[in-house]
Design a protein around this ligand. Structure first.
Ligand SMILES: NC(=O)c1ccc[n+]([C@@H]2O[C@H](COP(=O)([O-])OP(=O)(O)OC[C@H]3O[C@@H](n4cnc5c(N)ncnc54)[C@H](OP(=O)(O)O)[C@@H]3O)[C@@H](O)[C@H]2O)c1
Length: 274
């Protein structure tokens, strides 16, 4: 697919990462417009990307095929007010805003195709996974545009909007679970005599390598785990402790709590007067 022209509204961590990813993926600076009212940040982004920056949404987004909205949920009302009256149904809104339901955008932007997404922070280094869900006016061609754009910062999965709370709990919040596991591995590695830097390199690369194995292998995580854990061995000793402590149940409860919190935040966002 040809590279669509893109406006990014909200050039913070996620919007900035996406702009950088798009440039890495072959977009030219002329094809990307950054909407940023705060001039020092705009100047920084111009220097970093070579893209044009504009202070207000109007002039920035009028001719762009895809408008990416990457503001914090609490800033959604003024951002939507800017987009309403400027965006038209021949454009696509790709919303990276956590928790805000598609219905909120569709209420403000009559007939505009909306694709709601849940990225995760490894997007900052092009290693993210983003789930995206189509709104009522988003046809296959709009989804294709959104997927093309989001693929610049990692892998993309298409889901129903009702699945986004589960996605948030698994991959949106998920990097933090891996960091916690790494923290615990490093702390005990240091107690066992490793220096902290070496322990961190060992833990980080191990988690990365295990992720790559899961992605590359036909086998399930359970099968891969059983293969590492020979009876009576060191891994089996570790897994037995995890099992006795209810590790699987704790992680399950944690993911459930994240999904529940995501539902609450979504309900609050849907009920907020915009
Ligand atoms: N970072 C993550 O890990 C992550 C993961 C999943 C989803 N998300 C979602 O991605 C979205 C963006 O998060 P972030 O971490 O990138 O936040 P961020 O770093 O705070 O970036 C948001 C940016 O939007 C700008 N902004 C606010 N209102 C605007 C408006 N009306 N027009 C133009 N720009 C505006 C902000 O500018 P000012 O600073 O000047 O207000 C800021 O630069 C959030 O909804 C978040 O939930 C983030």
């Amino acid at each position: 697919m040809d590279r669509p022209s893109i406006a990014v509204v909200g050039v913070g961590a996620m919007g900035g990462a996406l702009a950088s990813g798009l440039l890495r993926a072959g977009w030219t600076p002329e094809e990307i417009t950054l909407v940023e009212a705060y001039e020092p940040r705009a100047a920084e982004m111009r220097a970093a990307t070579g893209c044009r920056t504009v202070a207000g949404a109007d002039e920035g987004i009028r001719r762009q095929e895809v408008v990416v909205l990457a503001v914090k949920p609490q800033d959604i009302a003024p951002a939507l007010a800017q987009l309403a009256g400027v965006m038209t149904p021949d454009q696509v809104l790709v919303a990276l805003v956590a928790g805000v339901p598609i219905s909120v955008y569709e209420r403000s932007l009559a007939g505009v195709p909306v694709v709601r997404t849940m990225p995760n922070t490894p997007a900052l280094i092009g290693e993210g996974i983003t789930a995206c869900a189509p709104g009522a006016y988003a046809e296959a061609r709009h989804m294709a545009l959104a997927l093309t754009v989001l693929a610049a910062v990692g892998e993309v999965e298409e889901v129903e909007e009702s699945m986004l709370d589960a996605v948030t709990a698994v991959s949106g919040s998920g990097p933090a679970y891996a960091y916690l596991l790494a923290e615990a591995m490093v702390a005990e590695g240091v107690r066992q005599g490793l220096d902290p830097d070496t322990a961190l390199r060992l833990a980080a690369r191990t988690i990365e390598g295990a992720g790559a194995m899961m992605a590359a292998s036909e086998e399930s995580p359970a099968e891969l785990r059983r293969k590492v854990a020979s009876p009576g061995g060191t891994t089996a000793a570790a897994l037995a402790v995890m099992d006795r402590a209810g590790f699987t149940g704790v992680v399950g409860n944690a993911v459930e709590a994240a999904a529940e919190r995501s539902r609450q935040l979504g309900a609050e966002a849907a009920g907020r007067k915009l």
